[in-house]
Write a protein of this length. Structure first.
Lengths: 245, 226
């Protein structure tokens, strides 16, 4: 096992079905079949000897698991996976309002993995534009001073399966943010997946679509929050009046 | 569940791929939400979902930790939606995957009537989600668009592999495993359904769409013969 490449997602341990066969017997059968030039066609998701055991992790390596294993909740947010609610609960958190745009900038996805050093390059570039990072986001918790965007030194070389940075801007700044993110992404040794969200009008119209069309970004898939969530006794703040260019 | 956001594929390959998920917000409306999550899943069951999931416990397709060697020839279908519903015991994210618009519409109408108070999201083509929501009498609140992948794109595999692997957005289905399943189907060693089931077992959130996977694998297989 290449310890540097392993992101501690625990999928090998959790995702494989297991038999509990005797390892010596399994090796012997394989050798006999090999000698006879015969091949057994086993189920591809079964470990015959249940040989994989998770290892105890300590800091800073444990960060890998927090960002790679979807069954481990982030301590900072209590959410499993990459630990963000984004606009999925916008109907009760009012995180992104009308005239605003939320960005989810995800590194390492799909299945490619990333290091925090690459994430830090992006967050430092974003910080220079003056945007604020979402406070309820696990990556923000790894910045000693979010105004610089710099991620703490001791984890920069840790590799994780993926991590999400979240920012929020006014709708007018969406083109500028998209340019910044795509420019920085070109210099990174990983994949960057971009999601951008907004609060719809009371009629269900999205002002963001016009902006994305104008900027030439194709979009056809996404997540639609149906607004069925309820936050008892807390009214949604009235949206500010915003002109979208 | 940003894990559902960036599914790869041309719009026409995503027309019948709908993931509906319910979640509460920590510290706001998560208290007493367990029974609501269970009700969401119970309603979903009535509309023939292709997959169901609980983000903390797994989907209906699960690995087994006590197989016997006969499983290589006679593997049981161990899906147990009832167990999945019964085992929801904490605030979580639950999901249901549908492969047709009619089932989704029926489900949404019932969820709306149930008035669970949870945040309900549809991950799909955004235009299609808006249409279906309106049919169910719901006006969307917020929307998040996937703008796709940027950066070191040379690290990505071919279209079919990417389409399969991104159906588990947490990255639990590796490119190599998806490629292997494509090869096995092409070689006739496994059916698309069997290969799809193997991959679905690795998706712990239960959002892998086995119907779409079969369709992708069938296409690969036919292209090989053509």
């Amino acid at each position: 096992m290449d310890q540097d490449r392993c992101v501690e997602c625990f999928t090998c341990y959790r995702g494989l079905s297991t038999e509990h066969l005797n390892p010596t017997m399994v090796r012997t059968i394989r050798k006999v079949f090999g000698l006879l030039r015969m091949r057994f066609d086993p189920e591809p998701d079964v470990c015959p000897t249940a040989a994989i055991e998770p290892q105890e992790l300590s800091w800073p390596r444990i960060v890998r698991r927090a960002f790679s294993d979807p069954l481990v909740p982030h301590e900072s947010t209590g959410i499993h996976g990459r630990g963000t609610e984004e606009v999925k609960t916008n109907d009760v958190t009012f995180r992104v309002g009308e005239g605003e745009a939320g960005f989810t900038i995800e590194f390492g996805r799909p299945t490619v993995s990333t290091r925090f050093s690459d994430i830090s390059k992006m967050t430092e570039a974003l910080a220079k534009t003056g945007v604020e990072f979402e406070t309820k986001n696990p990556v923000t918790h790894l910045m000693p001073d979010p105004s610089t965007g710099r991620i703490r030194e001791d984890i920069l070389e840790e590799r994780v399966l993926s991590a999400i940075v979240e920012i929020k801007t006014r709708m007018e700044r969406v083109p500028e943010m998209l340019r910044t993110v795509t420019d920085v992404a070109r210099g990174l040794d990983t994949i960057v997946a971009i999601g951008v969200s907004t609060r719809c009008s009371p009629e269900g119209e999205s002002a963001l679509e016009e902006v994305l069309r104008r900027e030439g970004y194709p979009f056809w898939r996404g997540k639609t929050n149906l607004g069925l969530g309820r936050r008892p006794a807390v009214p949604e703040p009235a949206p500010e009046s915003v002109s979208v260019p | 569940m940003t894990n559902t956001l960036h599914r790869y594929g041309a719009p026409e390959t995503l027309e019948n791929d709908f993931i509906v998920f319910a979640m509460s917000s920590r510290g706001i409306n998560d208290r007493g939400s367990v029974s609501k999550f269970q009700e969401f899943l119970s309603i979903a069951q009535k509309h023939n979902p292709v997959n169901l999931g609980d983000a903390t416990k797994g989907g209906v397709f699960r690995p087994s930790k006590s197989l016997n060697p006969l499983a290589h020839w006679f593997r049981k279908d161990e899906r147990d939606p009832e167990r999945l519903v019964a085992h929801v015991d904490q605030p979580t994210v639950v999901s249901a995957v549908f492969d047709n618009r009619e089932a989704l519409t029926g489900f949404l109408k019932e969820v709306r009537e149930a008035d669970l108070g949870l945040s309900i999201n549809i991950s799909s083509l955004t235009g299609r989600a808006d249409e279906v929501a309106r049919e169910a009498g719901i006006t969307r609140h917020s929307v998040e668009y996937s703008l796709g992948f940027f950066g070191a794109l040379d690290k990505l595999p071919d279209r079919a592999t990417l389409s399969l692997a991104t159906m588990c957005g947490h990255g639990m289905i590796s490119f190599n495993f998806a490629k292997k399943m494509i090869d096995w189907v092409k070689e006739g060693r496994r059916t698309p359904k069997e290969a799809s089931t193997y991959m679905a077992r690795f998706c712990t959130c239960g959002i892998f769409n086995t119907t779409r996977s079969c369709s992708i694998l069938n296409d690969c297989s036919h292209r090989n013969r053509g």
